[in-house]
Write a protein that binds this ligand. Sequence first.
Ligand code: NAG
Length: 342
Amino acid sequence: MKGVLAVWIIATAFQYSIAAYADLGITYGTNGDNFPSPVRVSEFLEKDMKHKIPIVRFLNADVEILQAFSDTNLGVTISVTNAEIPTVATSQEAANAWVHDHITPFAANSRVRFRYITVGIEAIPGDLAPLVTPAMTNIYQALILVKSKDFIKVTTVVSPTVLGQSYPPSTGQFEQSVSGVMDNVTRFLQNIGSPLLLNIYPYYALVNEPDKISMQYALFQSKEPVVIDGEYKYYNLFDAMVDAFVAATEKVVGNGGLRVVVSETGWPTKGNEPYTNVKNAQIYNSNLRHHVITVGRTPRQGDYKMEVYIYSMFNEDKKPDPVGASFGTFNDDLTEVYPIWH
Ligand SMILES: *[C@@H]1O[C@H](CO)[C@@H](O)[C@H](O)[C@H]1NC(C)=O
């Protein structure tokens, strides 16, 4: 009996230590056919993968998916979609109803842990941009009503299009046309203690400027620093892209800026040779994983452990462009497209 207990304790401790050091998860886009059922995916992540992927992000708050994940010991991030922003931003009742429908049924008696509610995905820049902070405010108030504000962080997701300057990273600042909105977003997140979520794709940066950026730098393969920015040395483009955001938020709130979390990154396997292939995708995602696990910090944000979500769980064949459709790391039968998690 003692022996069994000891094994159980070690196994449990091991499981938690994995969850604690690897703040690396996956974003589960659902723009495709033939995906396994949400129940099968939740069981796969919890049991087959044994918590190697302890955190999952969804691009909406589909009740069927939430139901499937509610009895797992996984951390989940859900999203108020861009289409839902206008209603939630202009009506506290609508925000209360959103939380009542998507959080309340799953938060109380379930094992699942909600990590973030992202209000809008790349809604800035755009017509919805001025509504993002009002919508986050209403969702935050709704969480106070159900006493969940300390457990679930409200935030939003942005991409490098909100930056006017990003090279070298220390010069990072918000683009002029969105700086009013982004200053408000940054201050709001600072006030409520939430991070800013970033979609960061070195792949797209590379293919936009192939004469300026090397493949090695984009794929975490540089042996020497490629960019030296004051006291900080950059060996990979991922860190440089993240730190440009850190610098931009520092210019708004000072004190090292906001904590940032990478809600999407990844590499496509098809559609734009010679950049897109399984080999490059495997190199990028394995090196990213190694970087998150062994270094775990960007040069400029040494105080915070990285938290990164690989895009994506599956290839999404309903997306119109072949590159965008090919970020999947698992096949529809839940085998790996290429090994990265072991
Ligand atoms: C920023 O917030 C202030 C105070 O709530 C508001 O008056 C202003 O319109 C906001 N600016 C933008 C660009 O949304």
